[in-house]
Every structure is written in C-alpha cells, then in structure tokens.
Design a protein around this ligand. Structure first.
Ligand SMILES: NC(=O)c1ccc[n+]([C@@H]2O[C@H](COP(=O)([O-])OP(=O)(O)OC[C@H]3O[C@@H](n4cnc5c(N)ncnc54)[C@H](O)[C@@H]3O)[C@@H](O)[C@H]2O)c1
Length: 300
C-alpha cells in the first residue's frame, strides 16, 4: 500500500509515519517544514505527489486554536484550502478500477461548547473559534465530495492528543510537567473546572491505523469517528495530578479565560470502538507518567 501523508513531520504525522513504515506501507511524506514546495495550499504540488497512491491521510494544518485565532487568514487558507486541494487531487485520480480514499484529521473543536456531554457523532457541531470553523468546513467538503463524486472519505476527530518530549512543549500536559519540574506556578486560563478528554499519541495513531484498515475493507463512502477516550478530567485535577506525580512544590494559579476556548468537552468513542476496532489503552495516569519520564530523561 502507498499512502500520501500530509503534515508528515508534525507531532501526530511523524509518529504515524513511523508506525506505517513499521507495517510495511510506503509513505509519501508531504510537509512544508521539510520542503517549502510541499505546500497543501498549492494544488499542483499535491497533484505531482499522488500518482499511484491508494489513499491520502491529511494532517497538515494550522493545528492550534490560539495560532489560528491570531492568524485567521492563514488558518482558513491552509485548513480549508488544504482539504479542498487534497479532495480534488483524489477525485482527479479516480478511474473505473481505482478509487483512492481520503482520511481527514479533524478535531473535537467542531462541536464547540456542547450542551450535552459526552458528545457522539450525531451531536450538533457548532464551532466557536476560527480553527473549529475551518475543520467544520473541511468536514462538510469531505461529505460533499463523498456524496457528489463517490470519493471514499473518513473524518477522524482527534481530542487533545499528548505525549512528553515529542509534543509541542507549550501544550498543557508537557507545559504543566515542565513547570512542575522547575517549581514554577502552573497557570490555568480559567477556573480549573474546564473539562478535557486527553488521548495518548500511541492510541491516536493506532486509531488511524484501524481506520486505514476499515476504509480498505469497506465499500461505503463516508463515515466519521471521534478518536477520544470518553473519560473527562478537569484542568484543576490535571494540574494537581502532575504536581503530585512530580513531587513538585508548584502551586496552581489562574488567569482570565480566553474567549475562544471551549470550556467543557469529552466524547463517547463507542462508534470508533465498534466499527474501527479502536481501543484506547493508555490511561491518563499512565500517559502522564510516560510523559514525565520522557521529559525527565530529556532535561537530565
Ligand atoms: N494534536 C492534537 O491534539 C490535535 C487535536 C485535534 C486535531 N488535530 C489535527 O491533527 C492534525 C495533526 O496535528 P499535530 O498536532 O500533529 O499538528 P502539528 O502542528 O504538529 O503538525 C502539522 C504539520 O503540518 C505542516 N503544515 C502546516 N502547514 C502546511 C502547509 N501549508 N503545507 C504542508 N504542510 C503544512 C506543519 O509543518 C506540521 O509539521 C492537524 O490537522 C490538527 O489540526 C490535532
């Protein structure tokens, strides 16, 4: 099997690339970080890489809510421009014998501030920030390409994927761990009652692998899945757990919440478990311990 992987040098993309290569899959990398010409906003650049592929996994994006909020035009151009170019490249490759598929890396952010938790795939999607709107638009484009052009597409909604040293170190789990190591205050933007559904990187990439096998096996055109754990934790509990596990003297401080942040989210992963065989294995306690160990090794 040959797969084009956009965002192949990012946090999730690089871990996924390793896993796919271990499985014997030929991965065609595509990331602007490695080659300025590998830009998902450039349709011809994508088209030049898709020949002979079985599918595209599209992870390249402006991937952070804060960065998207500060750079809305870049977010829309990359995230909406990127997915339409990916879908169109796949559509133009179609022949009677070949129907390349697309797996789109979407986000929990499409649900916005849901009134009913946990969300599932039928919950109302009502994004509240520019990043969420860009992913929601991407999902709608996926659906239209599937319904109107017969393209096989799966939407995977990731939820706060984390690890230690390979994560973005300013994301909440590695950031709290590093602050705890240094006995600095752990800063929460808000009251601490904010609820998250954290997924360890190994579980997320296993989920994507399950989805590749499912889309290869099944003929139906479109489906969407939440790749989450279904287990909520508040930011206050998270901060307390990290302080305890690192035996730190840090305390928790609060700043004003950000207007564009979703305050409460967790998602039921039953559909992904049932249809994809997705099985999140790493508990948050285990994942935090692994992340602490990685960051400790890195800083010593
Ligand atoms: N990490 C998470 O918790 C999380 C949660 C929900 C959704 N997602 C989504 O999953 C995907 C991967 O996330 P990540 O955490 O690995 O992000 P990341 O920022 O680490 O990786 C994204 C990669 O895309 C590349 N990229 C950006 N713009 C590009 C362009 N114009 N052309 C080509 N490449 C470009 C970057 O160089 C980077 O390597 C993203 O689409 C993100 O929105 C991630």
């Amino acid at each position: 099997m040959k797969i084009l992987l956009t965002g192949s040098s990012g946090f999730i993309g690089s871990a996924l690339k390793r896993l796919l290569e271990e499985k014997g899959i030929e991965v065609v990398p595509f990331d602007i970080k490695d080659n300025p010409l590998d830009d998902v906003r450039d349709f011809s650049a994508l088209q030049s890489k898709v020949l002979g592929i079985d599918g595209i996994i599209h992870l390249a994006a402006v991937s952070r809510v804060k960065i998207a909020h500060e750079n809305p035009l870049e977010c829309v151009n990359t995230n909406i421009g990127g997915i339409i170019n990916v879908l169109e490249s796949a559509r133009l490759l179609r022949t009677d014998n070949n129907n390349p598929w697309v797996i789109f890396g979407s986000s929990r952010e499409v649900y916005g501030e849901s009134a009913i938790l946990p969300v599932n795939e039928s919950s109302i999607r009502k994004a509240i920030n520019i990043y969420g709107v860009s992913k929601l638009s991407g999902e709608e484009l996926c659906k239209v390409y599937s319904e109107n052009y017969g393209l096989k597409v799966r939407v995977l909604r990731f939820s706060n994927v984390y690890t230690g040293k390979n994560d973005h170190l300013d994301r909440v789990i590695p950031k709290f761990i590093l602050q705890a190591f240094n006995e600095e205050d752990l800063i929460i933007n808000g009251t601490g009652e904010e609820i998250f559904d954290f997924t360890y990187i190994d579980d997320t990439i296993q989920g994507i692998w399950c989805c590749i096998q499912e889309i290869e096996r099944n003929n139906h055109l479109f489906d969407d899945f939440n790749l989450s754990t279904g287990i909520p934790i508040s930011l206050k509990q998270l901060a307390d757990t990290i302080i305890k596990k690192t035996r730190s003297k840090s305390t928790v401080e609060h700043t004003k919440p950000r207007s564009y942040d979703v305050n409460k989210f967790y998602a039921n992963p039953s559909k992904a478990i049932k249809i994809l065989g997705f099985l999140p294995k790493v508990t948050l306690n285990e994942g935090i311990a692994l992340s602490i160990a990685e960051l400790k090794r890195e800083s010593s």
